[in-house]
Design a protein around this ligand. Structure first.
Ligand SMILES: Nc1ncnc2c1ncn2[C@@H]1O[C@H](COP(=O)(O)OP(=O)(O)OP(=O)(O)O)[C@@H](O)[C@H]1O
Ligand SMILES: [Mg+2]
Length: 454
């Protein structure tokens, strides 16, 4: 028997993936669900006697999509479907259960089940508890591979946990090891990857273009960086993340740092002759004393790589009480000399926004895809509750790499007044917090003391 099925390149990559947990995620219409159905068929045929479970959150979704597609694709000579138990059986002894899990407690219907492969379609419709429970049902005393293969669009109740489980830890397409020694990979799927749909229904894209911005980002671009309260809404993996390449020796290069004992963040940035800015290397590590931080910065800069300036925020230039020396001076004693940038947070964030925005001639900021911390943290920054023009300082661990980028952005876009601007007396966060929580009398007093809020 010959199967007449064609797959897209991305579907083939999904079918070939051997990691324990695979996520095929992205734009609507990229061919994810179809890819699941083809993959399930190939798995069933390759491993006679194997058991698979395909899940959607609700039965009606399952019925309308996956069951229908499988019935139209799977050859009738070898496959029968029992519509009361929702089980498909192959002549070779393999079977596929089509299941759903509308409520958290529905997972217990699979309590004593065993599967070689579980497939979640629209994974972000499931909660993390459902996923973690159900994947414990992947087991069996046979030699078949044991896998959990999921497909989804961004958005939905499970957006955050799915993003942090699959999308954030590693550049897309690159396998990594997650908790419990399970290998994982995230494979993005875009509408442009699905020629079958693009040819058959060229207007589909236009219909997605007409969606509101947030839905458009998720469904047309398959972008995972969407949430309420996001500061850098302009950030888009497809626009701002690029494949690494050899930076020409002639481009001006910077290092920019944020340093505290809690975390050191260093970004290496090159400026191309066309004005585009490339973050081409990063290093982030916790609990490094200055000597170790300086050593790490130097060691990660290859000999012969000409760094024009190493940028650091003004607080590293203030004297510490204990030694009377500035941190910048101690860094210098260990071989790393800084140029002071500005601590004007608002101007710094705006400078990043300028680099991110698309002026019609493309965006100016590009980040090499191996710089995973800045790629994860920049879009995760929240708008500050009290000063909406500022980024929130919580969760603190995501602020370091963006702070380093901010130092560069303000220096690069406003080199002349970057140090001067630090001299202006602006209200600090603490002053703002006091002001917002004070009563009228307190507000008046604070204004007298510090001048008009700015
Ligand atoms: N290899 C293929 N051969 C023929 N048709 C295909 C193929 N892959 C996808 N399609 C068709 O393209 C359309 C979109 O595919 P599919 O439903 O799998 O996308 P999806 O990524 O799951 O979309 P959504 O995000 O909306 O669930 C469907 O009509 C499907 O039948
Ligand atoms: Mg689908």
């Amino acid at each position: 028997m010959r199967l007449d099925i064609k797959v897209t390149k991305k579907q083939k990559r999904f079918i070939d993936a051997r990691e324990n947990e695979v996520l095929f995620g992205g734009a609507a219409g990229g061919g994810k669900s179809y890819g699941q159905i083809v993959d399930a068929l190939l798995f069933a045929l390759k491993y006679p006697g194997s058991k698979q479970l395909i899940l959607r959150r609700t039965f009606s979704e399952l019925d309308k999509s996956l069951i229908r597609t499988s019935l139209s694709m799977y050859p009738k000579e070898i496959y029968t479907f029992n519509s009361s138990t929702h089980t498909g059986r192959f002549k070779n002894g393999s079977c596929i259960d089509f299941g759903y899990c509308a409520n958290e407690n529905d997972v217990y219907q699979y309590q004593s089940a065993e599967y070689d492969c579980i497939r979640f379609d629209e994974l972000t419709h499931f909660t993390e508890m459902q996923y973690v429970y159900l994947i414990s049902r992947v087991r069996g005393a046979n030699a078949f591979p044991k896998q959990i293969k999921s497909s989804t669009n961004p958005g939905g109740v499970g957006h955050s946990w799915v993003k942090s489980r699959f999308v954030d830890p590693s550049p897309s397409g690159e396998s990594f090891i997650g908790e419990g020694e399970m290998s994982r990979v995230f494979l993005p799927s875009l509408l442009k990857d699905n020629d079958f749909l693009n040819k058959r229904d060229p207007n589909y894209r236009l219909r997605l273009e007409a969606l509101p911005e947030r839905e458009k980002k998720a469904l047309l671009y398959g972008d995972w960086n969407i949430f309420e309260g996001q500061y850098f809404t302009e950030f888009s993996t497809s626009k701002h993340v690029c494949e690494p390449f050899e930076i020409p020796a002639s481009w001006r290069k910077y290092r920019t740092i944020d340093y505290g004992l809690d975390r050191l963040a260093v970004l290496w940035i090159a400026v191309a002759p066309d004005g585009r800015v490339y973050v081409y290397r990063e290093y982030c590590e916790s609990a490094l004393p200055i000597s170790a931080a300086a050593k790490a910065i130097s060691e990660r800069t290859p000999i012969g790589e000409d760094i024009y300036a190493t940028l650091a925020p003004p607080d590293l230039f203030s004297r510490t009480q204990e030694s009377g020396k500035t941190k910048a001076l101690i860094f210098q004693e260990f071989g790393v000399t800084f140029t002071k940038t500005s601590n004007d947070r608002e101007c710094g964030w705006l400078a990043i926004k300028e680099l991110l925005c698309d002026t019609g001639r493309g965006v100016r900021l590009q980040i090499f895809k191996n710089c995973t911390e800045i790629i994860k943290c920049l879009p995760a920054l929240n708008i500050d509750r009290i000063r909406p023009t500022d980024c929130a300082n919580e969760p603190h661990e995501i602020t370091h790499a963006p702070d380093a980028l901010r130092g560069f952005a303000i220096f690069h876009t406003r080199p002349n007044d970057s140090t001067a601007s630090t001299k202006r007396s602006r209200w600090t966060r603490d002053m703002w917090e006091d002001y917002y929580t004070a009563d009228e009398g307190g507000k008046k007093y604070l204004k007298q003391k510090y001048g008009e809020p700015q």
